[in-house]
Design a protein. Sequence first.
Length: 367
Amino acid sequence: MNTAFDQISHLIRPHFLKMQGYVSAGMLAGKDETRIFLNANENPFSLPGLEGCNRYPEPQPANLLKAMAGLYDVRQDQITITRGADEAIKLVTQIAVEPFTEDILITPPTFGIYKVDADAMPARKVVEVPLLKKQGTFFLNSQGIKNALDAPSNRIKLIYLTSPNNPTGNNLSYDDLTDVIQYAAGKAFVIMDETYAEFTDQPSFTQTITEHPHLIILRTLSKSYSMAGMRIGCVISGVPELTTIIRTKVMETYPIPRGSSEAALKIFEPGVLDIARQNIKKLITERERMVKALNIQNGIRHIYPSDANFLLVEMERAHDFYNFALSRNVIMRDISNAKGTENCIRLTLGTPSENDLVLALLKEFYG
């Protein structure tokens, strides 16, 4: 009988299966302040105001691992804490894609770091199956992805999917995503980036990870839980053996700084998580308010449906408006020259007063 790991082992670069991972002093003995540690060549003297910083942090902080596993409703052996989702992207690319030999697939317009990390490997090539723009929004080209998987000229090992998608903002159809996940079984890892999942009602794919061993979920505390400055994300897999490989053979020795893990744990203190969730609701309310206001503003051509904490707005003279706002110290994301987002600005939702300032700038610029 094939185990879940047996079903994906051929998708992992062979040397990761054979190599001996590094076992740090922290992995061997753990970190417990009641014990005396003379095993990691640390400096025993801490500095004023920096108590504890003389010791290496836990490679996977136990309390934070437990808290994040609970947050995402997965087991602790199914999650690896990373320095933001960005590091998670790099790790999964590294574990699957053989340099100069194998490919990744992306669905532009999408998060640019997928291609950057693939090129840095370097992957043999990046296969692009653009989203379909129709009915005023974007759709996954699931048949196009399946065709690319089967094409003899491609050697696809990773498929990156993002929902809600960045920079378009919208959910991709759950059924279309499921269709791709099921079709890719045995052929490629599917990486589901759920960075903006807290801003939508669409179910997370974390509930399906045991059904799909080749499915890997990326999550982060950066957007929804106000932790962008601390860089805490994670890789979630339904295969504990894959989790072990990532932790011991792919990640760096002490990846999570003590200050970052301590700050992240504050989220789970009584009342703080409730405040974070209230803030998410506030941003969703602001999203709805801004859409209504933008719809009656001169110069706005189209506001793409959003399930995230930003809006993709097509406007007249988008680049000129970006520069105008910049001159007033309001910084947006100008993607008006990118393929698929022509004449568009990506507008992150701010506080109500910040959003009001954007509306005032639009009024001043367009009348």
